[in-house]
Ligand binder design. Structure first.
Ligand code: FAD
Length: 277
């Protein structure tokens, strides 16, 4: 059972709790991106177990009317073991999802994984459809990756980037990342046929997306994390397609502390809740 303070950011330990959350979000007009917590597996057994759990989750999604899709981490499906294992397990998940009509996102991890993630995503996008990939505006390579992705079927999620990367390959100050994000967003609205996902809580970027939509007419959606600016998510859902990224699973503690460590306000919230509990 997840303690009350952590349940702001994590839906629960089980798929059933995550599906319940998807149903509550659906009632408020927000779609759900389900992520089973897990990453950096260094053997086949753990990665294959998560691939099987995702196949079960896809079956669970089929039992509800709520709009829900899944988002997987490459290192959760074996990328730290080998690209071949990642490709094999990702294909198992994507093939099952395609048969059931469930969309699959690939999260993007640190810069050492970008090429393999884009290669596997592209192969599966061309073979099955119904997949999308995340790219990080902080990486200097991302404009080139967007040029490649413009010709690949499926959606692309643009985020600022959650990993500390060296200045040789990444913008490292916040203003430069914001500038890169705005430039990438414009490229996507201009060059993509549709399937632009704005993965950000930043009001400036969300406003920018609305302006670009008015200019280019490209369809888009806004994606935000569970527990972050939720009132804004529900407000936005009146006008835009909004999806909430909802993690669940037994390894919730490390995810929770990552969210808390990101912002002083979250740390205050966590300490207040712990002290008053
Ligand atoms: P920021 O400039 O960091 O924040 C803008 C404003 O949003 C802040 O001022 C604050 O009001 C609010 N805010 C942002 N974060 C928090 C928080 N934790 N708590 C409270 N308020 C907050 N990164 C990857 O590298 N790979 C991925 O695959 C990936 N997938 C993601 C999927 C989704 C749906 C989202 C929303 C983010 C994802 N990220 C991923 C994380 C992303 O890279 C950023 O680290 C994160 O979103 C913070 O950047 P921001 O655009 O929200 O802007």
């Amino acid at each position: 059972m997840i303690p009350p303070v952590a349940d702001r950011f994590v839906a629960g330990e089980t798929a059933a709790e995550a599906i319940e959350r998807a149903e509550r979000l659906d009632d408020r007009g927000v779609g759900t991106i389900l992520n089973r917590l897990g990453e950096h597996y260094d053997d086949r057994t753990d990665a294959a177990a998560d691939a099987a759990a995702y196949r079960d989750l896809i079956d669970d999604i089929e039992t509800t009317d709520a709009r829900a899709c899944i988002s997987v981490k490459p290192s959760q499906l074996g990328l730290d073991v080998s690209e071949a294992l990642f490709r094999e397990l990702a294909e198992e998940v994507v093939a099952h999802a395609a048969a059931e009509g469930v969309f699959v996102w690939f999260d993007m991890e640190d810069r050492t994984t970008t090429d393999a993630t884009l290669d596997v995503h592209e192969a599966l996008a061309r073979e099955y459809g119904g997949v999308g990939v995340c790219v990080q505006a902080n990486l200097r390579r991302t404009p080139d990756d967007l040029a490649r992705l413009a010709d690949v079927p499926g959606k692309v999620r643009l985020v600022k980037g959650a990993y500390d990367e060296p200045a040789a390959v990444a913008h490292t100050d916040a203003a430069a990342v914001d500038e890169a994000y705005a430039a990438c967003l414009e490229t996507m609205f201009r060059e993509f046929d549709g399937g632009v996902a704005v993965g950000s809580h930043d009001p400036a970027m969300i406003d920018r997306a609305a302006t670009l939509h008015a200019e280019y007419g490209t369809e888009y959606e806004v994606q935000m994390l569970m527990g972050v600016r939720e009132a804004a998510q529900f407000d936005l859902a009146d006008a835009v397609d909004v999806w909430q990224y909802v993690p669940y699973g037994g390894t919730w503690l490390s995810y929770f502390w990552r969210r808390v460590a990101e912002r002083r306000a979250n740390l205050r919230f966590a300490l207040r809740a712990i002290l008053s509990g």
